[in-house]
Design a protein around this ligand. Sequence first.
Ligand code: NAD
Length: 488
Amino acid sequence: MRQLATKHNWIGGQWVPSSNGETREVRNPSNTDEVVGVVAWSTEKEIAAAAEAAQEALPAWKKLAGPARARILAKAAQILAGRLEEVATLLSREQGKPIGEARGEVQRGVDLLQYYAGEGWRSVGDVIPSASADTLMFTVREPLGVVAVITPWNFPVAIPLWKSAPALIYGNTVVLKPAADAPLTALAIAEVFAEAGMPPGVFNVVTGPGSKLGDALINHEAVKAVTFTGSNAVGSHIAQLAAARGIKYQLEMGGKNAAIVLADADLDKAADIVVSGAMRFAGQKCTATSRAIVERKVIDAFAEKVVERVRALPVRPATDEEAYLGPVVNQSQREKILQYIETGKGEGRLVAGGGTPQGELYAKGYFVEPTVFVDVLPDATIAQEEIFGPVLALIPAESPEHAIEIANGVRYGLSASLFTNDLTAALRYIREIEVGMVRVNAETAGVELQAPFGGYKASSSYSREQGRAAIEFFTQVKTVAIMPAGGP
Ligand code: NAD
């Protein structure tokens, strides 16, 4: 078999191997016989080198005019667009996202780069009327310094870019530590920035073991902020490290997103959208629909429609154009999901899926059948905990108010949707639902990059990403007052 060349870390504008020479294979979760690539399995030394390179690059990058930084991001957008098919295929092979969605994600990356290139031309402060008529008072937003970007495996183009692009455009430098399950895509982003003319050290990527590298990065004295997306367990650990050092932090974490279906809803349309939200990318989106809370009088009819659709879903290797869902990302994730399904069998009635698909096509991948439970109680384990797999729980509700109460009865608060034609019910839901992203007659997953993204409760650290909200995290405000030298 052909030996694949190791992809090294991108540090200070150079490809740098791990100092201990260690590497790791990245295997295709659709077919684990296939080695997609080999990456450096780095140490704290490479983290320190990256943080120092970012620190060194900071003064010149910070000093550049916004439009000059914008030109580099715009160029990166153009280069990524030119590599869309190649990067989408890599992403699909590396972490099992169906190829159609992988293309959509790379296009999202292009759009994010374009959007934040535009930010380089926009205002970074306000003029404020002073109490003294001769005084010019204004604010200016300045970068924080070196920013640590720690990302999950599920959106390996979009999430690193929706964090790095705003960090960079506002004048920060970046060390990206991608998830161990999707390092190759992150290194492709480094190639794109390098080709776009990003000065050495402004953007760095170090691959390797999450906990060791993550901790070393947050604890490095050059790092002034950390932006994290991932699980709650790791997020709260990061918050503690960041608080102990007094650096700024931002956490986007888990979800247990509900779709509420009221009796007057178009049940066919709602079933299409709920199935899509629950099953696309095998439910591995933080905004995936994992509970459908349905008014009791229509729950049987709705369940029938959902089950009919779920049974017909094409489960395929991720690069197959037909794939609606592919595998889950790795063996431990599959075991965890199957364990939840076992628990669910004691908590509700299994009406679709419930195991692993059989046949040669699935023999070497981490596939899980799209699974549906009905008659689930709101406090069941599968109705409370984030499963992060293709598992949907249908929960009956006695009224629209009861449905909102159930939807709010979890620790998370990322996104929710409501299906109805009743404007009054929709307005009440918008007021009372405890989530950061509220949808009406739309999927819980699927957000737009120009709008704030983030959750309530345990889903977030009260911060928001994307759109104009990004400026809040990636900058600090300086208030300036200028008075005539001789006094008024
Ligand atoms: P994870 O928490 O296991 O890992 C996230 C990142 O943290 C990875 O880069 C990992 O290597 C790193 N890490 C692990 N241990 C660390 C430590 N001790 N210190 C510092 N960094 C460490 O999450 P995951 O399994 O990659 O992703 C799935 C999770 O991400 C789910 O809970 C999902 O809901 C969440 N997620 C949330 C959003 C959102 O925007 N709210 C988006 C996507 C995914």
